[in-house]
Design a protein. Structure first.
Length: 399
């Protein structure tokens, strides 16, 4: 009996694969592929991947590390793993899996399909790191049959810099949203004015602008609560330190909650979801918020403005501008129930029309088939009907 082809999926954290790529992984398995999940070992999240039906391979990597020795070791480990398990295709997310995974795949003759789900600090501030990252992308992506992007700005930047070719690029509607899981909660507009920022506490997420705007609005909206939800002190060059957060909490300007496994109750309790980020791939939390009928205040930045239509399902503020953010939050707080409800309904309708996960799964299955990596036909017929139905029914737009 012919063995099902192995698809290797890789990200810099196992929780990323579970939370953001879980539906795709399940669809691949359902369509007759075997899946190997490659990420740094995490006792809970690696077990979740095994429970989903994946084989797991531990791949140590420092998300923010820049040591040449560590980077060379990561590439060598990727090459050794691919030579041992001989995958039929490699799917990557986040910069190091994308670069080193795609480069290893090139060296091993494996088709790689990376997903540029966000450019991070390397492309927010142009410096030597930008040049190095650009060179890695160009080398790694040269033989990729498909390179996915989550917003047109990132795609156009890579094309302008010559990091990819026009025949490679495809645009994805983010990671896709499970519309049943992220449903609109009952009860309409939450009571109490809560502006909630859900993100890792990084300067590049606009956290300091959010705090500054909250400070400005205390006299204008004394009843409003400004809440940060996310991990503090993460391994990132722009991370907010614990002592800075402690100062804000002592001042009483914001509240803070640690990250939670299920974000839906947090979104349900927010009147507005806020993300003043400097740049995103396509913000997952904003898609989840819109799916759950929560209007948005976000920055006029790539990966944020793609989700919000000004005045329809939220408001846009200038990037890295606390005054502009405060003005947008003030406009949001002034809406009556009817206007808030109209924005909530508009956001949900946009996600249903443009960002359903079935479209993402369809595009991945299409890319795998185009790369010559088809699943075993008998297994597809037996187990992959729902995934292939999504492939057939989804409106696939190939730019």
């Amino acid at each position: 009996m012919q063995q099902a082809p192995l698809v290797m999926v890789c990200a810099n954290q196992a929780w990323n694969l579970v939370n953001f790529r879980g539906s795709l992984i399940r669809a691949l398995i359902g369509a007759g592929y075997r899946v190997m999940a490659v990420a740094p070992h995490d006792p809970m999240w690696s077990q979740r991947l095994r429970d989903m039906g994946c084989d797991c391979a531990d791949m140590p990597m420092e998300a923010a590390g820049t040591s040449l020795w560590q980077e060379a070791r990561l590439l060598a480990r990727m090459v050794a793993l691919m030579r041992r398990v001989r995958p039929a295709a490699f799917l990557g997310w986040t910069i190091k899996p994308n670069c080193y995974g795609a480069l290893a795949a090139r060296l091993c003759g494996v088709p790689a399909i990376p997903n540029v789900s966000g450019l991070g600090t390397a492309f927010i501030r142009r410096n030597l790191l930008t040049l190095v990252a650009g060179g890695l992308y160009r080398l790694a992506f040269a033989r990729c049959p498909t390179v996915f992007f989550q917003n047109g700005d990132d795609r156009d930047l890579f094309l302008r810099l010559g990091l990819v070719r026009g025949d490679q690029v495809r645009l994805l509607p983010g990671s896709g949203i499970d519309l049943a899981r992220f449903a609109v909660p009952p009860g309409g507009r939450p009571t109490g004015r809560r502006f909630v920022l859900i993100a890792r506490l990084l300067a590049d997420k606009g956290v300091r602008e959010f705090v500054a705007a909250a400070r400005m609005l205390r006299g204008v909206m004394p009843e409003a609560r400004f809440v940060l939800v996310g991990q503090v002190g993460v391994a990132n060059r722009t991370a907010i330190a614990q002592d800075e957060l402690d100062g804000w909490l002592a001042e009483g300007v914001v509240e803070w909650q640690p990250p939670v496994e299920d974000i839906r109750p947090v979104i349900a309790g927010a009147e507005w979801v806020v993300l003043p980020s400097y740049r995103e791939g396509l913000s997952r939390v904003l898609l989840e918020a819109a799916a759950m009928g929560r209007p948005i205040v976000t920055s006029d930045a790539p990966g944020c403005r793609d989700i919000v239509r000004e005045g329809e399902n939220g408001f846009l503020a200038p990037v890295a501008d606390a005054d502009g953010l405060a003005a947008a939050l003030c406009r949001a707080g002034a809406l009556d129930d009817a206007a808030w409800g109209a924005m909530a309904a508009c956001g949900r309708a946009r996600v249903e029309a443009e960002f359903a996960e079935s479209r993402v799964i369809a595009l991945y299955l299409q890319a795998l088939c185009a790369a010559g990596v088809g699943a075993v036909a008998s297994e597809m017929e037996a187990a992959g009907a729902s995934a292939m139905a999504a492939f057939a029914d989804a409106e696939v737009v190939v730019p």
